[in-house]
Design a protein around this ligand. Structure first.
Ligand SMILES: NC(=O)c1ccc[n+]([C@@H]2O[C@H](COP(=O)([O-])OP(=O)(O)OC[C@H]3O[C@@H](n4cnc5c(N)ncnc54)[C@H](O)[C@@H]3O)[C@@H](O)[C@H]2O)c1
Length: 362
């Protein structure tokens, strides 16, 4: 008994520490579904976040991940100016082995029971096909295929946001946002990376690319006249900008030490290995960091458009706002002498607290 109560205490303590509103544990023995839906904050609107399917080694690890990711969604939507709160869900299991129609639809019914407080989308380990299954049970899902009225692949908007984040950073460091003649290393040339290489090459940027997929690396290099480089050259090359578009945590003690870049601006989530340490280290080293969750918000803007019925034109207009939002972050960082990741968090928190106040009056 004491063991049970200490588990309950520790889960609720975790929620209090991270400011979470609600966490739903979903268990369906018939389909094997084991999922956790975390709703961090709904001040600005329903909590929107993707559903990740991953073979977590423990339930504690899954809970830690979903709490971290859902909180980040609150900040992302707030700073992007969307009327959305933050949430995220994880399904525990191997997406290649354990995923079935029944499991996804069972999961969809758990979302349905939240009556719109949580809206989901694709993430690692889930596909548009899975969103279709969820849609069979609930309307609270985005990222369904265009043929079903969805907004389609968000990568183009994500790449555009990152491109504008790069422009805003170049303006801050070099005094003009003209990109011609600058050099960028794009790490990861997948869905987002390739569109970004295209946009950069259109502005005559010297682009270096790196990817673990050799075939794709050479194909993209040929197509856009970019220069392929080995992974071990990324942090020693003397380029102006590093654009991480593959994995998180690539900005860490080891990499920062060797970095010669002036700017870090890419699409990968959680680029700073430790938010509390590496933002400050970059500031001290004079490397300008464009906060990842702001400049990669094109994806969530696309989901928001799908929900609100905005078309592609409005999606692009909202994505273009990322330039000004990034400039605002740099302004606050400079005036307060704080790391840019902290400045972004302050702007997001202020918007939430301002809107909370107006919602308290009839
Ligand atoms: N797709 C979106 O709209 C979107 C939105 C927000 C954030 N993101 C983030 O941006 C990043 C890229 O997304 P994507 O949709 O292009 O993914 P993707 O899977 O299409 O592409 C990732 C690419 O990175 C490469 N890669 C993997 N490990 C690597 C390594 N160690 N070094 C170099 N390359 C490596 C892969 O081979 C692949 O080509 C991810 O971190 C994703 O979470 C994407």
């Amino acid at each position: 008994m004491s063991g049970t109560s200490s588990i309950v205490t520790s889960v609720l303590d975790q929620l209090s520490a991270s400011g979470h509103k609600k966490v739903v544990f979903c268990n369906d023995p018939d389909t094997g579904l084991k999922a956790i839906i975390a709703i961090h904050d709904t001040t600005l609107g329903p909590a929107l976040g993707g559903t990740r399917m991953f073979n977590y080694s423990s339930e504690a690890e899954a809970l830690e991940d979903v709490l971290r990711l859902s909180k980040a969604m609150t900040y992302k939507s707030a700073i992007t100016g969307l009327n959305l709160g933050g949430g995220k869900a994880v399904i525990i299991g191997d997406s290649r082995k354990h995923k079935t129609e029944a499991l996804m639809r069972s999961y969809g019914r758990f979302i349905k029971n939240l009556n719109g407080e949580f809206i989901t989308a694709e993430d690692m380990g889930t596909t548009t096909r899975d969103m279709e299954y969820i849609r069979m049970e609930t309307e609270h899902v985005t990222g369904v295929p265009e043929s079903l009225g969805g907004a389609g692949n968000p990568a183009l908007y994500t790449a555009k946001g990152v491109f504008l984040g790069i422009k805003a950073s170049v303006k801050e460091v070099f005094g003009t946002d003209m990109l011609a003649g600058k050099s960028v290393v794009v790490q990861g040339i997948g869905n987002v990376g390739e569109h970004l290489v295209d946009l950069l090459r259109q502005e005559n940027v010297e682009v270096y690319i790196s990817d673990i997929n050799e075939e794709r690396l050479h194909e993209v290099a040929r197509k856009y006249k970019a220069k392929p480089i080995d992974a071990d050259k990324i942090f020693t090359i003397g380029a102006d900008i590093y654009s991480p578009c593959a994995l998180g945590a690539t900005v860490n003690d080891k990499t920062i030490k060797n970095m010669k870049f002036s700017i870090i601006a890419g699409s990968a989530n959680n680029q700073l290995a430790d938010e509390n340490v590496h933002g400050q280290l970059l500031l001290e080293k004079g490397i300008l960091y464009a906060p990842d969750y702001l400049i990669n918000a094109g994806g969530i803007i696309n989901c928001y458009s799908e929900l609100t019925g905005f078309g592609k034109k409005r999606t692009m207009q909202l994505t273009e706002h990322i330039y000004d939002a990034t400039r605002e972050v740099f302004k606050l960082s400079k005036s307060e002498k704080i790391p840019t990741n902290l400045a972004a968090a302050r702007i997001a928190e202020k918007r939430i607290s301002d809107i909370k106040k107006i919602k308290s009056s009839y």
